[in-house]
Design a binder for this molecule. Structure first.
Ligand SMILES: NC(=O)c1ccc[n+]([C@@H]2O[C@H](COP(=O)([O-])OP(=O)(O)OC[C@H]3O[C@@H](n4cnc5c(N)ncnc54)[C@H](OP(=O)(O)O)[C@@H]3O)[C@@H](O)[C@H]2O)c1
Length: 338
């Protein structure tokens, strides 16, 4: 039997229910994992509230790390005892044990702890496609990153800085500003009480930024469009503040022939080869210290409702990890990263 968090209907954090379920032995092409750490992502909130509907009852969660306990027929890339992690794939990560396709699993080098891996797979793969493929950043670019002290935001800021860009980050508090600065932001805008577009013009000599990475959605969409220079791109990749209402496409021409895209990670890692190439790049940058995971908070798996409440009320910083067992019981649980 394994402890598994499931939802039986969409709703508030209280619908996250701890169930004891039989552990399924792996079929062909599958692996049974004992998970030590599970990553929390804002998309889990969208799943929980029904914005991205799930068939109920349903598991929840998209990333984790742990140890291979058993492998199904035909699995040759992995063996019992391997340390592995995954980000994306079938929902159901909030669990002590899970059986899942081998495809999504990457082997972890010794240098990367389970907690770091569970924290970074989804957020890091997201940062990878955003800065390398959706709008490939170079040293010529000035970029605006909303929620720069969040899980994705910290990694995006580090990666954009590593690529040489000038980075402007938005945050809601002085404490978050400090974290964003430490992680690559050259300039900070407090979007809760400053006019983002006006500040961006001040910081860029009136020109505006080349690209905005906007995961906040409703509250920032218009300011993001107003912060771009001609031919700039708005990358709208989330809606933590709510869905963006319909808008007049003519605005894009009026504001300088702008581009808007709404990417989803799953489309960028749909092919296993793309997924593994992205993960290899991410893990290499982590192992070499270019990227550092900031785990701002951890919770026991059974306290997941508290973790969701904190994420939704903007109380978290960096990544949030759920632990399936007490840290003392685990090898490889050292926190690395700043
Ligand atoms: N498209 C994709 O493939 C993809 C993949 C992964 C993640 N995402 C998106 O990326 C975003 C960040 O994900 P994450 O897991 O790293 O979360 P996160 O950034 O750690 O948490 C969300 C942050 O958004 C900010 N925020 C602004 N207004 C908010 C509001 N009304 N309610 C809640 N938060 C608000 C808060 O930072 P402040 O306190 O500084 O405002 C909050 O900490 C999410 O929108 C997620 O959906 C998209």
């Amino acid at each position: 039997m394994a402890k598994v968090i499931r939802i039986h209907a969409p709703g508030g954090a209280e619908v996250l229910q701890l169930d004891d379920l039989e552990t399924r032995q792996p079929a062909a092409g599958e692996v049974l994992l004992r998970q030590t750490a599970v990553g929390l992502n804002y998309i889990d909130v969208y799943h929980r509230i029904g914005l991205y509907p799930l068939p109920y009852p349903s598991g929840i969660g998209l990333e984790g790390a742990g140890v291979v306990e058993a492998v199904g027929e035909g699995v040759t890339r992995l063996k019992v005892g391997d340390r592995v992690a995954y980000g994306g794939g079938p929902v159901g990560a909030y669990a002590e044990y899970r059986t899942m396709p081998e495809t999504y699993l990457v082997k972890l080098p010794d240098a990367i702890s389970d907690v770091t891996a569970a924290a970074v797979m989804v957020q890091g793969l997201t940062a990878q496609f955003l800065v390398r493929r959706t709008f490939p950043i170079t040293a010529e670019h000035t970029v605006l990153i909303h929620a720069a002290a969040g899980g994705v935001g910290v990694l995006l800021s580090q990666w954009a800085k590593h690529l040489g860009a000038t980075v402007i980050g938005t945050v809601s508090s002085e404490e978050k500003a400090e974290l964003a600065r430490k992680n690559g932001c050259d300039h900070i805008i407090f979007y809760t009480h400053e006019d983002v577009a006006v500040k961006v013009r001040e910081l860029t000599g009136g020109k505006g930024v080349h690209v905005v990475y906007d995961s906040v959605g409703k509250d920032t969409f218009q300011a993001s469009l107003n912060s771009l220079r001609p031919l700039g791109m708005l990358v709208s990749f989330g809606q933590a503040s709510g869905a963006i209402p319909p808008f007049d496409i003519l605005q894009l021409s009026q504001k300088g022939s702008l581009f808007v895209t709404r990417p989803s990670m799953m489309d960028y890692v749909r092919e296993p080869a793309e997924y593994h190439a992205s993960a290899d790049e991410l893990l290499a940058l982590l192992a070499s210290g270019v990227l550092k995971v900031h785990v701002g908070q951890t919770y026991a798996l059974q306290d997941v409702a508290k973790a969701h409440a904190a994420l939704e009320s903007r109380k978290t910083q960096g990544a949030t990890v759920l632990l399936t067992t007490l840290p003392d019981d685990l090898d490889n649980l050292a926190f690395d990263g700043g």
